[in-house]
Design a protein around this ligand. Structure first.
Ligand code: PHE
Length: 446
């Protein structure tokens, strides 16, 4: 059990805040032209993310077991088909796929932290041409593979060898520091003279650019950034004490996550615009080619750069733990493997699948799967399809399968009656309908 509400918020926020906020949000916002995309994304957070956040926490807390077992138990108790437990299986696969490329990108941040470290102690060159530095990294299979493996081992250390205690304490200290660094960067961005251009890019919608693909991307990002649709938050919900308000706690996590993404956007886009980079140029390298420009000009920039990328790796670490946990827990339950062995197997397979992402930028740069690089294809299938499908099923399960007596017991005591009814009907009808329309768009039905 989490000692308190704060402990749950810390763990769930640790899962939610990660590369999704600081790496993925700016680059896909950039690719999707800013304003309209950001507003659609915020609407997805409110109308899809938040209701599913409540649903996952309540299923976890009511079931008090691993997602598969909780879902099975709750379906039996509701006289429903036990195959609802397959939501957990889908989540395990989605989490595993995300872990594979997540670790590669986290490896990039470690590589950058190390570059700044070497410069700081005087044994490395400065990053004078960030574009060239990033291209050089993408071409270096050995370097990419090494840091990808290094990060995977960091994750196994926690998931398999239970060094949780230390990490929890470290993270509760380090995450506020990351926020302070982002705020310093924001201050720097405000002084570039391009802050208002960035605000305009991020929030002034150009509705003519909106198309179905943008909705698909925004919805996927809402799931990705809040760690929803793959039972990660459900896993944490199982440890939440009964007397704590799910709506307040869930809203706090979603609020903190959204806040960090917006601050990251407001910090990064002024730098991009001030350096004459096209704000719509996007690409997964966006923060790696733009942030070093700022660090190159700031006083103590080398030190900031090192800290920033290091803390970004720590933020990614607390997220990757929750990506790896479901598959590991499942292996432990389903086989007689020890937790250590199970974690090593998941990490080993995740590392292998991650090589497809590593090779996307070099050996396999010509390979295309559904018109995308291997890394983009894995990201697309997991984030844009599997998470929303998982979320859809979770919403239907919480809204229609669980009796409203149960959901009212879990949520209703901490919410006024009208708010509970609003949640129930949004979860039953609005959220599933929105997800279906967007997924229907992918399949070309609409
Ligand atoms: N939410 C994490 C991020 O934004 C990624 C993640 C997705 C973690 C799904 C767990 C489950 O970086």
């Amino acid at each position: 059990m989490w000692s308190s509400r704060i402990a749950f918020i810390a763990a769930a926020t640790g899962s939610a805040v990660g590369l999704g906020n600081i790496w993925r949000f700016p680059y896909i916002t950039s690719e999707n032209g800013g304003g309209a995309f950001v507003l659609i994304y915020l609407a997805c957070i409110a109308l899809v993310g938040l209701p599913i956040m409540f649903a996952e926490i309540l299923i976890g807390r009511r079931g008090r077991m691993s997602p598969i077992n909780s879902l099975r138990e709750l379906s039996t108790a509701s006289n429903a088909n036990r195959s609802w437990a397959l939501i957990g299986v889908l989540g395990i696969i989605a989490g595993f796929m995300i872990l594979s490329f997540y670790s590669v990108v986290a490896g990039w941040t470690l590589h950058y932290a190390f570059l700044y470290f070497k410069e700081w102690i005087g044994v490395g060159a400065s990053i004078s041409d960030p574009g060239a530095t990033f291209s050089a990294l993408l071409g270096d299979v050995g370097e990419l593979t090494f840091w990808h493996g290094f990060f995977m081992l960091m994750t196994v250390g926690v998931v398999g060898f239970g060094v949780e205690k230390g990490l929890e304490r470290a993270v509760s200290l380090l995450m506020p520091v990351l926020l302070v660094l982002l705020l310093i960067l924001l201050g720097y961005g405000m002084n570039t003279g391009h802050f208002y251009d960035a605000v305009g890019f991020l929030f002034k919608p150009d509705w003519t650019q909106v198309d179905g693909a943008m909705f698909v991307t925004a919805l996927g990002q809402a799931f990705f950034t809040l760690s929803l649709g793959m039972c990660a938050i459900m896993t944490y919900g199982a440890y939440l004490p009964a007397n704590i308000s799910i709506p307040r706690t869930g809203a706090a996590v979603a609020g903190a996550d959204t806040f960090v993404a917006i601050i990251a956007g407001l910090a990064i886009f002024p730098i991009i615009i001030a350096n004459n980079i096209d704000p719509g140029s996007g690409g997964p390298g966006l923060i790696f080619t733009s942030l070093p420009l700022a660090f190159g000009q700031m006083p103590f920039g080398i030190f900031y750069g090192m800290l920033m990328f290091l803390l970004l790796a720590v933020a990614a670490w607390t997220s990757s733990i929750s990506l790896m946990e479901p598959a590991t827990a499942y292996l432990v339950e389903a086989t007689n493997l020890s937790r250590k062995k199970a974690a090593l197997i998941v990490a080993g397979l995740g590392w292998l699948l991650g090589l497809a992402s590593v090779f996307s930028f070099n050996l396999w740069s010509e390979v295309e799967i559904v018109g995308k690089s291997p890394m983009d294809a894995i990201d697309y299938v997991a984030t844009q399809i599997m998470l929303p499908v998982g979320g859809l099923l979770i919403a239907l399960f919480a809204g229609w399968v669980l009796s409203s007596k149960i959901t009212r017991e879990e949520l209703g005591e901490n919410m006024p009656g009208w708010a509970f009814s609003a949640w129930l009907w949004i979860t039953r009808v609005v959220t599933p309908a929105l997800i279906l329309v967007v997924l229907g768009g992918i399949l070309g039905i609409f």
